[in-house]
Design a protein around this ligand. Structure first.
Ligand code: ZN
Length: 317
């Protein structure tokens, strides 16, 4: 039996200004800044992780803030167009008020597959959505958030991927990752992982646009959960048998990862559940200081001097 994924692990986007990015996700959306590190493949660029109080897989949106050298991306096919979080139904009015008071334009509320959805963009143009659903998981609230625990984001509901043709990407979901077709509504094709539960939905929508261009304001990749590296080895064999080119297992410090590009153009990652964000910082210290993996520790002074200056919003109070 090939492995199947229970759903989304994290979503990684490209931001411009690191300060604006962190302030939006921490102060406006109330997420915890669970890790401040650097892009392992581009060590003079930050890598920020924002999640629930524990940085639980399935709640983390992460960014490479490219700063001044960032060029805006272009929307098109082969991209994650919307990243959707759960909120509780009683939190909808709270969020509408909060977004309005922050002068953020909101689309909706609209109904989709029987659930109420609102959409808005982050400061770089990455589209986020909130689904008000009684299925929202309890999650691990962040006590220091500016948002009361009840109303905090409850982790991922789904991602929406835009592709030129539905079938090739759908085949990877169903034959490669263990998803099944669930329903279609207004051109939105909904797939759900066999395991169900939070973050188990991927929606596919068809676009006539050419391939999008990576840059600020676009999502870089979407990651799915694997239990451990033994399971990742099974994934590598299984995905290779589907004619997908998969990377070696890469140590990302907080999890291990494999990557492949699905035929519709979206970069997929499969990441392990552990070891998690407390592997190099205490729970209470998560995100408060720049964390570097062992293999970059000797370069800390050089790295810090070349990173853009940044006032951690977590230190502000
Ligand atoms: Zn990733």
């Amino acid at each position: 039996m090939p492995p199947t994924t229970p759903g989304l692990h994290h979503v990684t986007g490209i931001a411009g200004d690191p300060q604006r990015n962190a302030e939006f996700y921490v102060e406006t959306l109330g997420l915890r800044f669970v890790k401040q590190t650097v892009n392992h493949d581009d060590k003079y660029t930050y890598h920020f992780y924002f999640g629930d109080g524990e940085g639980t897989p399935g709640t983390n949106i992460t960014f490479f803030p490219w700063g001044d050298r960032g060029r805006p991306g272009e929307f098109g096919a082969g991209q994650t167009r919307v990243t959707t979080y759960f909120i509780l139904p009683e939190s909808l009015d709270y969020w509408l008020d909060r977004l309005e008071s922050n002068e953020i334009d909101v689309a909706g509320p609209t109904e989709r597959f029987g659930e109420t959805v609102i959409e808005f963009d982050d400061p770089d143009g990455i589209t986020l959505a909130l689904v008000a659903s009684a299925d929202a998981p309890d999650g691990q609230p962040w006590e220091a958030s500016s948002i009361p625990a009840t109303h905090q984001l409850r982790g991922f509901h789904s991602v929406t991927l835009a592709v030129n043709e539905i079938d090739p990407t759908a085949n990877v979901l169903t034959e490669g990752l263990g998803y099944g077709f669930e329903a279609e509504e207004d051109g939105r094709h909904r797939y759900r992982s066999a395991a169900g539960g939070p973050g188990s939905i991927v929606d596919l929508v068809k676009t006539e646009q050419p391939r999008g261009q990576m840059g600020t304001g676009t999502v870089h990749h979407v990651a799915y959960k694997a239990e451990d590296t033994a399971e990742q080895e099974q994934w590598r064999d299984h995905l290779a048998s589907q004619n997908l080119r998969v990377t070696e297992i890469i140590d990302r410090k907080y999890f291990h990862s494999i990557y492949f590009r699905e035929p519709g153009g979206v970069l997929f990652e499969i990441a392990t559940m552990g070891p998690g964000f407390t592997v190099d910082q205490n729970h209470d210290e998560l995100g408060t200081e720049l964390a570097l993996p062992e293999w970059l520790a000797d370069e800390r002074n050089e790295i810090e001097s070349r990173l853009p200056s940044f006032d951690n919003p977590v230190d502000a109070d």
